[in-house]
Write a protein that binds this ligand. Structure first.
Ligand code: PMP
Length: 431
């Protein structure tokens, strides 16, 4: 499919105006004009199936969220230093969804800011500086969070207080002892941090390990890790930016799949269905010294409109039973993809929970050799058929399927049909 002249000119103008640090998706970029539910429309009015956008989790342009934002914007939008009911009401709605050690929630605009604040709190509370992450983690774009986001690549320097542990690769390691193995890796990094007088302030992880390659199973991994970290005086921080707000289907929060009680929980992306709103939830003892000795102010964080967007999004997830939909439709997609393994030898593994699914592509199943080129080809070929997904992991060889939570069974069928068609046209028939 050829881009319109206007889109081609826009690519040029964009590069000139925005500079060299931005990237576009797909070798043939998509120019989007509008969206509704799980469908995006380009400048020609052609329709795309959005199987990637987890931000608009209750669907693009959801009328209830649009109405809440518009109404609030026409009434009042201001910061958190005046008394307003919206922020209190939203905090009170959210707090009962966490484990009961979590009693407060603070608001930011982005996930990066949330993780930045979480680490300031963790370092201040513990008096230690070390932060441990998984080897391809992404936690944000601020100076501090980029310093513990190794997925930004080897040219983006990590902090001297940062240590990495390998991702829990359930495809290549025995899942039975993965939890103890990961806890052992964390313990080794803690020893190193202690030897250097830094100590461990926090272990932070996304429980779906999205940028590491999506490892949703086993769910007994994080318990042993939390134990090792706490024994050394550090905190367990659950980064729920990807896995939170019903994404995993079985639970509202991803960490809950592992049955753990985090000390700090960070969240963002889907929280306002596209309106920038993010947050940090904490246990009282963890925030006490920071709260007493320091102050927190964020001009836009927790503003009136952000809270209206978040409240409406939260209510839609509940009223439209989107967690159940995520579990049900996610299962159908996962099952359909697993069935394709009989036909295509290059599908190494199908993983995921709810509407967060990874399909690891390999050269041949017997060797498990990651195939970046196959994944790239599939992602671009699907785009040509107007189905949008992406790829993740160190080798970018795991297809990343992560649609809005309103994805229906008919959308799942279309997605599976298109994936099978692309597998066949790109790599030939059955094995
Ligand atoms: N944590 C995780 C796990 C993320 O995936 C992201 C964004 N991709 C962030 C933090 C940062 O969030 P934001 O882009 O809103 O700053």
């Amino acid at each position: 499919e050829n881009l319109t002249e206007e889109s081609m000119r826009m690519i040029d103008r964009r590069a000139k105006a925005l500079g060299p640090a931005y990237r576009l998706f797909y070798s043939n970029p998509v120019e989007v004009k509008s969206a509704r539910g799980v469908l995006l429309y380009d400048s020609r009015g052609d329709e795309y199936l959005d199987a990637y956008n987890n931000v608009v989790s209750v669907g693009h342009s959801h009328p209830r969220v649009v109405e809440a934002i518009t109404r609030q914007l026409g009434t009042l939008c201001t910061h958190t230093r005046y008394l307003q009911n919206g922020i209190v009401e939203y905090a009170e709605s959210l707090l009962p969804t966490f484990t009961d050690n979590i009693k407060h929630v603070m608001f930011t605009c982005t996930g990066s800011e949330a993780n930045d604040l979480a680490m300031r709190i963790a370092q201040y509370h513990t008096g230690k500086s070390g932060i441990i992450v998984t080897s391809e983690a992404y936690h944000g774009n601020s100076h501090l969070t980029a310093g513990f986001s190794p997925s930004l690549g080897e040219n983006s320097p990590l902090g001297t207080w940062v240590r990495r542990v390998p991702a829990p690769d359930s495809y290549r390691r025995d899942p039975a002892d993965l939890g103890l193995w990961l806890a052992g890796e964390v313990a080794r990094q803690i020893e190193d941090l202690e030897r250097r007088g830094q100590g461990v302030a926090a272990f932070i992880a996304d429980s779906l390990f999205s940028s590491d390659g999506i490892y949703s199973e086993p769910t007994n991994l994080l318990g042993p890790v939390a134990e090792v970290v706490r024994k050394a005086g550090g905190l367990f921080v659950a980064d729920e930016v990807q896995s939170g707000f019903a994404r995993s289907g079985t639970h509202f929060w991803g960490y809950a799949r592992h049955g753990i009680r985090p000390d700090i929980i960070t969240m963002g992306k889907p929280m306002g269905n596209g309106y920038p709103v993010a947050g940090v939830a904490v246990a009282p003892d963890v925030i006490e010294s920071f709260g007493n000795d320091q102050r927190y102010f964020n001009t836009f964080g927790g503003n009136s409109v952000a809270m209206a967007a978040a409240q409406a999004t939260f209510e839609v997830i509940r009223d439209e039973c989107l967690q159940q939909n995520s579990e049900r439709v996610g299962f159908i997609i996962k099952q359909g993809l697993t069935d394709l393994m009989d036909k295509f030898d290059f599908i190494g593994d199908v993983r995921g929970s709810g509407l967060y699914i990874g399909v690891e592509l390999v050269e041949e199943r017997a060797q498990k050799t990651p195939s970046s080129s196959r994944a790239l080809q599939v992602v671009n070929a699907l785009r040509e058929r107007r189905v949008l997904i992406s790829a993740t992991g160190f080798h970018s060889n795991t297809l990343k399927i992560r649609p809005p939570l309103v994805f229906a069974e008919a959308h799942a069928d279309r997605l599976l049909t298109e994936i099978e068609a692309v597998f066949r046209t790109c790599f030939g028939g059955s094995k």
